[in-house]
Design a protein around this ligand. Structure first.
Ligand code: SF4
Ligand code: FES
Length: 370
């Protein structure tokens, strides 16, 4: 841990600053899919502004020097970068464990071999549903399902560990058993089942994506039996839908506590949605080292620890467990990024979440098109 040069720590003034363990490298915002819950920001970085290979290599060395162990190469679709293998090799050279997070569209067998040779350690493929037609409809891309399954097979053939990511919402939440069966069939050792996060583009589709309480109760009830049934074969990670939870999640493990994101153009963020919050200035790797940013950028210190939290968090025994929830969600739903995340049933704004959860519609998806 480092303690020097910082006004406010992870746990409050005077407390030691943790090292980050994971770095999400958003290599590009370009993506062939059009998912209605896209987590890219509304205003995307343009191709011309993307960091070059050499800058990413420096960022990875600085990250390793800061204590980062794992880099998630993500996007958009990271394979949209022609220099992905070079970037991968640089991450490996810096001594980082490399995880490729891909839509599965746009990586040929040759390219996958090239990435494996460059130091690829682990692959995460997102897939939209266990039924082909529905999966392609959600992705807004005909043929996506087949291509994702083909890439998964190639990953497994190379004996690379595979995680399948599934974003859950009203259209697929009734198929938890089938989704886990699909992940097993794909040869995954882990499946992540996480509900849509309603930020950015997903807010435009919230009414179309929102499941009913009955659907959520049923889906959540399937997780433990499936874990028992498949113990030793596949790890099932599940994130309960925010809008139906009693307590919020400790988003990104706490703001500026364990992880950081670097955008395609080089701005460094505590989480992928942080730029939604007005008044924060995020420094760039083009002008500062990662260590300077982690330790000194006021935007990272803005919500570190729990000292900033108002009541009811201030006197709540869970404040060191969930850090008052997600800052971006607090801002999106209350206009105040310091507020208790309204997902918490103790929040004075909790009614906003209940109202939005009840606001469902079938207007059809607004797809994300570049
Ligand atoms: Fe977490 Fe704050 Fe709710 Fe307590 S009041 S459970 S700290 S969000
Ligand atoms: Fe930003 Fe949760 S997404 S803190």
């Amino acid at each position: 841990m480092t303690t020097e040069g910082r006004p406010n720590g992870n746990g409050g003034a005077g407390k030691p600053l943790h090292n980050p363990l994971g770095l999400l490298a958003e290599l590009t915002h370009r993506c062939p899919l059009g998912c209605p819950y896209c987590s890219n920001p509304l205003e995307m970085d343009k191709r011309q502004s993307e960091l070059d290979t050499a800058t990413w290599a420096r960022v990875f060395r600085e990250a390793a020097g800061l204590g980062v162990l794992q880099v998630h190469l993500s996007g958009g679709e990271p394979a949209s970068r022609r220099d992905l293998a070079g970037i991968m090799a640089a991450a490996r050279e810096a001594g980082l464990y490399t995880n490729l997070i891909t839509s599965g569209v746009g990586i040929t067998d040759n390219r996958l071999n090239e990435l494996a040779d460059a130091g690829l350690d682990h692959v995460q493929i997102s897939i939209q549903d266990s039924e082909q037609e529905s999966a392609d409809r959600i992705a807004g891309y005909e043929g996506a399902y087949v291509r994702k399954r083909a890439l998964a097979a190639a990953v497994v053939a190379l004996k690379l560990p595979l995680t399948v990511n599934i974003v859950i919402h009203r259209a697929n939440i009734g198929r938890i058993d089938e989704l886990v069966a699909m992940a097993l069939d794909m040869g995954a050792s882990r499946v992540e089942i996480a509900h849509v996060q309603y930020y950015g583009w997903a807010l435009k589709n919230r009414a179309s994506l929102m499941p009913t309480r009955e659907q959520v109760v049923q889906a959540v009830g399937r997780i433990e039996p499936l874990r028992k049934q498949h113990r030793g074969r596949i790890v099932i990670d599940a994130v309960v839908p925010d809008y139906y939870a009693r307590f919020p999640k400790p988003c990104v493990g706490g703001w500026g506590r364990r992880s950081l994101n670097v955008t395609p153009a080089g701005r460094v963020l505590p989480c992928h949605a942080a730029e939604l919050i007005p008044g924060l200035e995020f420094w760039s790797v083009k002008s500062h080292s990662l260590r300077e940013i982690w330790e000194q950028n006021p935007a990272f210190n803005a919500f570190r620890g729990t000292d900033f939290l108002p009541e009811p968090c201030r006197s709540c025994e869970r404040r060191e467990v969930d850090f008052g929830g997600c800052r971006c969600q607090a801002f999106a739903l209350t206009g105040d990024a310091r507020a208790t995340d309204p997902v918490c049933h103790l929040s004075p704004h909790h009614h906003v979440v209940e109202e939005q959860a009840a606001n469902r519609g079938d207007a059809g998806y607004i797809y994300r098109r570049l």
